[in-house]
Design a protein around this ligand. Structure first.
Ligand code: ADP
Ligand code: MG
Length: 268
């Protein structure tokens, strides 16, 4: 049965959990009629790091893309249920998607800086917002590069091409670009999986610092990484949420057998 023809599960009229900046309620999603997410309900606490883990194809990226409606760009993709950002139902047609994407930024697996200077990469979002004063942009660029732990490495070459940076530096630049416009939530889809161990370590350190300013949601297929960086971990399997809880508890004392099998490496 097509998703659109199914009765909708009742959803609340507002986000009734004040500690959660995002609240997913009975979210289901299909691509061309084939289900990719099944009735997912969970909260994402503010100023914490939440990781999504699970085998390849279980729906982690699909769920992450719902948080800033990137799936809107995929033809044949239908969603049911609701996601609240603070008290706004973001899946509603009325939602201003441009504003949503300003509030919920995204970083992908492969670093994707623009073929412009380091400075222009970070200034980009500020210019889009209509900020013109050079001093204000200079300050915001410096602040974002410092926050992304990249400033010391690039301060002397801000006007050189971003494409000359190493992969790890490019990923920190993309993070700087995302945070320059002060989003509330930063989504990271396997942000370190294309990087070497040293660059990965730097990204993990950064995640730890950034949660003081932002709420972070990270997809990773690396369980050790989830255990290191996140406060909460959610385990997904075949489009469903199997278990979700404090990271320590989930890894030491999983409640579901499927979670235990996965974290002990019985399937992958
Ligand atoms: P994960 O990130 O956990 O590896 P995905 O969210 O990418 O999983 O994929 C979940 C399921 O949805 C998979 O079966 C995948 O083939 C399917 N899927 C993902 N993106 C698309 C798309 N753009 N069109 C059709 N099917 C898709
Ligand atoms: Mg993915």
């Amino acid at each position: 049965m097509a998703l659109a023809d199914r009765p909708a599960a009742a959803t609340a009229h507002r986000n009734d959990r004040p500690n959660d900046i995002l609240r997913v309620e009975h979210l289901s999603l299909s691509y061309e009629g084939s289900n990719a997410l099944h009735d997912i309900t969970l909260g994402i606490p503010r100023h914490r790091v939440t990781s999504f883990i699970g085998p390849s194809g279980c729906g982690k990226s699909t769920l992450l893309r719902c948080f800033n409606r990137l799936n809107d760009l995929i033809e044949g993709c239908e969603t049911r249920g609701q996601i609240w950002l603070e008290n706004e139902p973001i899946l509603d047609k009325k939602m201003d998607v441009t504003e949503l994407r300003r509030r919920v930024g995204m970083v992908f697996q492969k670093p994707n800086p623009f073929p412009r200077s380091i400075y222009e990469n970070v200034a980009y979002g500020l210019r889009i917002q209509g900020i013109k004063r050079k001093r204000q942009i200079d300050e915001a660029v410096e602040d974002a590069l410092r926050a992304a732990a990249l400033w010391d490495e690039v301060r002397d070459r801000l006007h050189r091409s971003a494409l000359d940076l190493s992969g790890g530096q490019q990923q920190r630049l993309v993070i700087a670009r995302a945070i320059a416009i002060e989003p509330e939530v930063l989504l990271l889809d396997e942000p370190a999986s294309a990087l070497d161990p040293t660059s990965t370590y730097r990204i993990e350190e950064l995640i730890h610092v950034l949660k003081e300013r932002f709420t972070l949601v990270i997809v990773t297929h690396n369980m050790q990484q989830a255990a290191r960086v996140s406060d909460y971990t959610a385990f997904m399997y075949q489009g469903g949420l199997v278990e979700h809880g404090p990271t320590d508890r989930l890894f030491t004392n999983p409640r579901q057998k499927q979670t235990e099998d996965y974290i002990t490496g019985r399937y992958g």
